[in-house]
Design a protein around this ligand. Structure first.
Ligand SMILES: *Cc1c(COP(=O)(O)O)cnc(C)c1O
Length: 361
């Protein structure tokens, strides 16, 4: 039996069609702006989001940091929900690359609101770190893969504008958010100054991200990309996969969301598994293990022996993620395995690692 990989949507393999698109890619020197495939991808994303400019990047971390760097100066701070990727899973990059500190604010289900931002607001004076940027994550990963309601984003934009701040969206799963939130890419883009979108998650590409915004901000983001060592040459090889994904993998994200619902409902009847299927909005299924039964690590390790891979993201918290390489049958088998493991109550625990190594992705 083959491995059922539910740890992340980053595990997707390029499909034969995508590999063909990569093989046929028309290329130029992207650092000089002359790669036709990269230019095509950037133009298409601008069109979809109704923004002036876009710049291709190697990874979501890179495009997020290009957005931070382009909109903040050394000594500034950004405001972010406390579980946010930019502040927790990018190696301290805002401080390392741009001298920018992150002020973490507790939100609700990983999301900020105009109210919590207002409560955290500090005026500009000699004491405080100058606040320059608000970062929102959509979907909010640790919040449960939830999509911001459009109204909440509009209120954040209005609040940010009235306080002279810019808004950056970490849209690693941007199209999942549009689908679950019931808004178009342009509607949500209108609430942010910059948006970073990943192609290596649910869209199934081997790599690639894009940052969109105004001409002026993207000019600075291109400088950042160069400084970070991320300006590439024949990047059309990669961008061709991204164009392919826009044509072939966007509409199927609904399948991932439906599959996540299916999996959530299946495991909700397992004794010792705590989950509310109604709280699952996209392709990320978070669930908890009753502490009197086992730890998240124990369950993950025991499932791994049965070739079912899920990721612990807290002492009792696990995540299973649907994507284009898992179908209903695989999810049924994964749910059955979890049921067996939880009922047998025999757990593998080679290492009793504490929850310190919780990665995101
Ligand atoms: C995956 C992800 C990113 C980008 O991370 P990379 O490791 O650079 O691919 C950014 N934000 C969130 C919320 C993510 O899940």
């Amino acid at each position: 039996m083959s491995i059922i990989e539910l740890r992340s949507d980053t595990f997707t393999q390029p499909t034969p069609g995508m590999r063909q698109a990569i093989a046929n890619a028309v290329c130029g020197d992207d650092m000089l702006g002359e790669d036709p495939t990269v230019n095509d991808l950037e133009a298409r994303i601008c069109q979809m989001l109704g923004k002036e400019a876009a710049v291709f990047a190697c990874s979501g971390t890179q495009s997020n940091q290009m957005g931070v760097w382009a909109q903040c100066r050394t000594g500034d701070e950004l405001l972010i929900e406390e579980g946010g990727h930019i502040a927790n899973y990018e190696g301290g990059a805002p401080a390392v690359l741009g001298g920018v500190s992150c002020r973490k604010i507790r939100g609700t289900r990983g999301m900020l609101s105009a109210d919590v931002l207002q409560a955290a607001w500090r005026p500009i004076n000699q004491h405080f770190t100058p606040t320059r940027l608000v970062c929102v994550e959509n979907t909010a990963n640790l919040g449960g893969g939830v999509a911001y309601p459009l109204k909440q984003l509009q209120e954040i934009r209005d609040w940010a504008q009235s306080h002279g701040l810019s808004v950056h969206m970490d849209g690693a799963r941007f199209f999942n958010a549009c689908l679950a939130g019931g808004y178009t890419p342009a509607e949500v883009a209108e609430t942010c100054d910059t948006i970073s979108i990943c192609f290596s998650k649910g869209l199934g590409c081997p790599m690639g991200s894009i940052l969109v915004g105004s001409k002026e901000v993207i000019f600075h983001a291109r400088r950042a990309r160069k400084i970070f060592g991320g300006a590439l040459r024949q990047a059309g090889i990669v961008a061709a996969a991204c164009v392919y994904a826009l044509d072939n993998h966007l509409d199927r994200l609904k399948v991932d969301h439906d599959n996540a619902q299916f999996f959530a409902r299946e495991i909700s009847t397992i004794p010792g598994v705590i989950i509310d299927p109604a709280a699952v909005e996209t392709n990320l299924v978070y669930f908890e293990i009753d502490p009197s039964v086992a730890t998240a690590d124990q369950v993950a390790q025991t499932l791994a022996r049965r070739k079912v891979m899920v990721i612990p993201l807290g002492p009792q918290r696990l995540r299973a993620c649907t994507h284009l390489d898992v179908n209903r049958d695989a999810l049924q088998r994964a749910a059955d395995s979890l049921r067996e493991v939880m009922t047998s109550r025999t757990f593998t625990s080679e290492c009793t690692t504490q929850a310190s190594a919780y990665s995101s992705r």
